[in-house]
Design a protein around this ligand. Structure first.
Ligand code: AP5
Ligand code: MG
Length: 216
């Protein structure tokens, strides 16, 4: 299956993607995680992305589209993938449509995670991620690690993301409304969108998502 996960910052895209990707045996591709890995390795791409991420702005399309396409063309993504955080504006959605068409492929579904803004703020304020692998995500209250500050999965150090300061979160939300929401209509016109509530227990949301994908 080829799936796009869309939703505001803190909706739980990364959290859900981990479970969905495992259930569906497809790779979880997060452009945010790819950028963070590049930043921690000090690559030129990471250096380019860093200032935009810190400011809560989108990294320019020239950088992002190439990186996403590159990852999607890896062998493990041949028969499907779950995209988290890409596409994030209309130009990226059109680039993805074009790339898939060239390969004779198409998206199967776009899952839109809906969550009220006050919940988003709570989720982001308590989020802690693993320095060794930013796909390992915790929350101090909702999914606390067994040991404070230590990743349950790999023992890495847990920290708060640079862009999780309140002011930057507000900017990311504004960017989501102005740049990313229009892709929902773009995909709605293709009959691909299912909106589900991202409220409730993590497992409940996963079950809802699997049902929406016809895989329950
Ligand atoms: P990215 O990393 O994609 O961040 P985001 O979209 O802002 O989303 P988040 O990762 O903040 O939230 P999430 O929905 O994954 O929530 P999570 O599962 O962690 O992008 C970061 C930046 O990179 C962008 O601002 C931009 O600069 C750049 N970028 C990335 N992609 C780009 C692109 N395509 N183009 C241009 N620039 C790009 O959950 C949040 C918290 O809530 C966690 O603590 C979790 O434990 C908790 N939680 C999750 N589910 C539940 C639940 N059901 N109940 C209670 N708590 C829950
Ligand atoms: Mg995420």
């Amino acid at each position: 299956m080829r799936i796009v996960l869309v939703g505001p910052p803190g909706a739980g895209k990364g959290t859900q993607a981990a479970f969905l990707a495992e259930n569906l045996s497809i790779p979880h591709i997060s452009t945010g995680d790819l950028f963070r890995a590049n930043i921690s390795q000090g690559t030129p791409l990471g250096k380019q992305a860093q200032e935009y991420m810190r400011a809560g702005q989108l990294v320019p399309d020239e950088v992002t589209i190439g990186m996403a396409k590159d990852r999607m063309s890896a062998p493990d993504a041949e028969s499907g993938f779950l995209l988290d955080g890409f596409p994030r504006n209309l130009a990226q959605a059109q680039a993805l449509d074009g790339a898939l068409k060239e390969e004779g492929q198409q998206l199967d579904a776009v899952l839109d995670l809906e969550v009220p803004e006050d919940e988003v703020v709570k989720r982001i304020a308590g989020r802690r991620i693993c320095r060794a692998d930013s796909s390992h995500v915790f929350h101090v209250e909702y999914s606390a690690p067994k040991q404070d500050g230590v990743c349950d999965v790999c023992g890495g150090e847990l920290y708060q993301r640079d862009d999780d300061r309140e002011e930057t979160v507000r900017k990311r939300l504004a960017v989501y409304h102005s740049e990313t929401e229009p892709i929902i209509d773009h995909y709605r016109a293709q009959g691909l969108v299912t909106t589900i509530s991202a409220l409730g227990e993590v497992a409940e949301v996963t079950a809802r998502a699997m049902r929406a994908l016809g895989r329950d």
